[in-house]
Design a protein. Structure first.
Lengths: 111, 215
């Protein structure tokens, strides 16, 4: 009975603490902070986003979406192209920027 | 007059060609660039309405050793002709041109078209540039190559230090050959470079400071 209650509680709470959605892309040509600033500026200007993250070493850019907001992968790719760069891979991930940063940190420790 | 108009027309045609070329990023940004050295002082401010091109104003002072300086003031255009976005590198071909007025040792209509190629990874950097620098009685055309490396890879929010070596040859100028080793710091908002021109020649040795801000 106790276990069932715990499962029910988890099911009720899970929508509230559900993972944030982010769009993550690998970007070709992004080799210095000076030039990548254009990408950050474009991403921060997107009304659907609530934060942007640029990882220069791994050539990754991330846009964390606001709850209930959506941006198509094509639209996101076009924003990067408009900033002057090329996208080699783009995907939606159920992670926040904080979680993505933590994963990167963890993978660095594992190396 | 006809010659001046012809040059202005050629610059305009070149500019239009550059505008129709590849995309490039930093739309709606302002940039301030300065160079301060014994032989050359330059101040340029431009605005990029799109990723294709930027328009601005500049003041350039050429100060050959032992001679009176010439100051050129004018308007300029910068355009990206081609960009290659590679998995771990970027290469660009740029056109830059300015028209204006020269004062000092030389007087009159001045013009300065140039073409630049650069290639950069997160650790290596190469640049080659050809620039015409003309005014009545003045021909300081130049070619320059730069090569450099960064000491380490940096994160987006960090400042990255680079060592850069520039070799520059300038027609009818003293010194006509300038070798400048420099330390360059690149941040997402600024670029600062401190170098010494012709460090091994006591009579020509001179510090040089380059700054660039973007916002």
């Amino acid at each position: 009975m106790k276990n069932i209650l715990i499962i029910l509680c988890c099911l009720l709470v899970s929508p509230i603490v559900s993972a944030a959605t982010s769009i993550k892309a690998e970007v070709n040509g992004m080799v210095c902070a000076f030039c990548a600033k254009g990408i950050e500026k474009k991403l921060n200007a997107m009304p659907e986003g609530q934060g942007a993250f640029v990882d220069l070493k791994r050539r990754i850019v991330v846009l964390e979406l606001k709850p209930q907001q959506n941006v198509s992968l094509d639209a996101f790719t076009q924003v990067i192209k408009d900033a002057g760069y090329a996208v080699s891979k783009v995907e939606k991930v159920e992670q926040s920027i904080v979680e993505i940063k933590a994963n990167i940190k963890a993978s660095m420790k594992g190396q | 007059m006809f010659k001046q108009l012809s040059v202005a027309f050629l610059l305009a045609v070149s500019s239009l060609h550059a505008q129709s070329a590849a995309l490039m990023g930093f739309e709606d940004s302002y940039m301030l660039m300065t160079e301060t050295g014994e032989y050359n002082q330059e101040l340029m401010f431009n605005y990029a309405p799109s990723i294709h091109h930027a328009f601005g104003v500049e003041v350039m002072r050429m100060s050959p050793k032992g001679m009176r300086a010439t100051t050129m003031t004018g308007i300029n255009y910068t355009g990206l002709i081609q960009r290659w976005n590679l998995p771990s590198a970027q290469a660009n071909v740029w056109f830059m041109g300015s028209v204006g007025e020269a004062r000092g040792l030389h007087h009159g209509f001045s013009y300065s078209p140039s073409v630049q190629f650069d290639y950069e990874t997160t650790r290596l950097y190469f640049l080659a540039k050809m620039r015409m620098l003309r005014a009545p009685g003045m021909n300081n055309d130049m070619v320059a190559v730069q090569g450099g490396f960064s000491f380490y890879e940096a994160d987006f929010d960090d400042t990255q230090p680079w060592f850069v070596l520039e070799a520059k040859a300038i027609k009818n100028f003293n010194p006509s050959f300038q070798l400048t080793p420099a330390l360059r710091l690149i941040n997402k908002n600024y670029f600062l470079e401190l170098g010494v021109t012709n460090p091994f020649n006591k009579s020509e040795r001179a510090p040089r400071l380059n700054l660039m801000f973007t916002y």
